[in-house]
Design a protein around this ligand. Structure first.
Ligand code: GAP
Length: 478
């Protein structure tokens, strides 16, 4: 069994062929930077977002969630600095003639993906926010990040939910950026989703949580500048040696990595990288990214910025509203600091899980080893042969399980073919109704990763499936 070396274009073709994702308006030739999630992709994406929400919001006592508007008051984006600062530099490649984007500090220093030099003469500022008409003569922006709705609603949520510092507010939702050069399938799109959290503290407050004991490649600003290369070490060590300065940063980087690990990703393909000074966003004093080793290189999955009180201060200034909180102990009023902003792209995380899961078995058969929590279809139910006595039981099981899980009923083709079809789309379990079922009301359940089969009672199926998906029991323990 190998983890195939699939190019990003081959991954896009696989996703389209199996019904995960396709270009929007495909029948009209597609629309660069916009994608449609089909019957499997939409389930996979929903499962991924639910898992992030459970891990980062539902299972924690210190985080609440919101769901803000996509088009917000234009003043929000003036206050946040996006109207003045959120732009890239547009350039054209001298060799392939295609448009490209560079950060302001990269002009004249980086080349196009084709290896050609960018023509500095073509450089111009390119605003990344989409503007849209509102009513007869108004306008608004499609939000380029979900974060600002968290800041503008901060006080309502903090007070309404009776939160205490340190605490976080999270949001999952669509963001839009008029990217100059959308590319690499889902990696850089114009419409995408973010899973973001703003974590607020009293200035100087220490992290009460333990830094997760995880080893990962750490690439500090210093090591990048001296061409030393990243070094493998534990997050605790990186913090102790002052490479990651704030305990909060080490903790939240750890939470991000733990979430990937909890869904089966191996951390060998991950690293954390510090932004160098010139690269920092206008609001950030220190940023660390979680990066993944994609076939097109190490790329950002998640940014974790220290935003201090930049945003709340700006919104206080522009809205003239008091956004300070009251400290019962010291009787002081102050603006909380956002010590960490874990900000993930849903599409990039989804690509990671597809790459981690895609493997090729005997005779070139594809097996998508998605964690059962992520798998779009949880189980496929087969009558072993097309005869009413088998089909009736299979249909009954299907109807019962369907109320709780996304399962499918499949009676076409050989059983081997049905297994293969399901392995390819990541279905973790296949349930077969056979001769023995007719005698003792048991079925076989097959594990996708090992192809091992166990016999279980029909009446217990629902609970067994639930526990297998949640990881409460292991298949080998059945
Ligand atoms: N609120 C902070 C913020 O938006 P960012 O680094 O610009 O920070 C955060 O974006 C994450 O959103 C990125 O790490 C990436 O995963 C995702 N993202 C950003 N632009 C994207 C794009 N054009 N296509 C897909 N994902 C994108």
């Amino acid at each position: 069994m190998t983890n195939a070396n699939l190019t990003i274009d081959e991954m896009a073709t696989f996703c389209k062929r199996k019904g995960f994702i396709t270009k929007t308006g495909e029948i009209y030739g597609g629309f660069a930077g916009f994608w449609d999630y089909l019957f499997l992709g939409s389930e996979l994406k929903n499962n991924l977002k639910k898992s992030w929400w459970d891990f980062h919001v539902r299972h924690r006592a210190d985080v609440e969630g919101i769901d803000g508007a996509i088009i917000t008051h234009p003043e929000v984006w003036k206050a946040s600095g996006h109207v003045d600062n959120f732009s890239d530099v547009f350039v054209t490649c001298k060799k392939c003639k295609k448009p490209g984007k560079v950060d302001k500090n990269e002009l004249g220093k980086v080349n196009c993906d084709c290896g050609g030099e960018y023509d500095v003469q073509t450089a111009k500022d390119f605003e990344l926010m989409f503007k849209t008409n509102i009513g007869e003569d108004g306008f608004g922006y499609l939000r380029p990040e979900t974060a600002q709705m968290i800041f503008t609603n901060f006080k309502a949520v903090f007070e309404g939910a009776r939160m205490k510092l340190p605490c976080g507010i999270a949001q999952i939702g669509k963001s839009f950026r008029n990217e100059i050069a959308p590319r690499n399938f889902l990696f850089r799109c114009r419409e995408f989703e973010q899973m973001e959290m703003e974590y607020f503290i009293k200035p100087g407050q220490k992290c009460p949580h333990e830094i997760p004991d995880i080893e990962v490649l750490v690439y500090s600003e210093k090591d990048q500048k001296t061409n030393e290369g990243p070094k493998k070490m534990s997050l605790k060590e990186a913090h102790k040696n002052k490479i990651i300065k704030k305990d909060w940063h080490a903790y939240w980087l750890g939470q991000g990595l733990l979430w990937f690990q909890s869904l089966g990703a191996k951390l060998d393909n991950f690293r954390i990288r510090q932004h160098y000074k010139e690269e920092l966003a206008h609001y950030s004093t220190d940023t660390w990214d979680i990066e993944y080793n994609f076939p097109f290189g190490w790329k950002e999955l998640q940014g974790i910025a220290d935003r201090e009180d930049y945003d709340l201060k700006q919104h206080e200034k522009f809205s003239k509203e008091n956004l300070k909180v009251f400290d019962e102990e010291t009787k002081e009023k102050f603006l909380p600091h956002v010590v960490c902003e874990p900000s993930f792209g849903v599409e990039r995380a989804l690509l990671v899980f597809l790459y981690e899961a895609y493997s090729v078995g005997e005779k070139g058969k594809i097996i998508l080893k998605l964690n059962p929590k992520l798998a779009p279809i949880k189980a496929a139910i087969f009558p072993i042969v097309k005869k009413p006595e088998f089909e009736n039981i299979a249909e009954e099981i299907f109807k019962k399980l369907k109320k709780k899980f996304n399962v499918i009923y499949d009676k076409s083709g050989s059983v081997g073919r049905r297994y293969a079809r399901n392995d390819e789309i990541g279905t973790p379990f296949c349930i077969t109704i056979d001769d023995e079922t007719l005698n003792n009301k048991t079925v076989t359940i097959r594990d996708r990763n090992t192809t091992e089969q166990k016999r279980v009672k029909i009446e217990a199926l629902r609970y067994i499936l639930d526990d297998l998906i949640d990881g409460e029991i292991k298949f080998e323990d059945l």
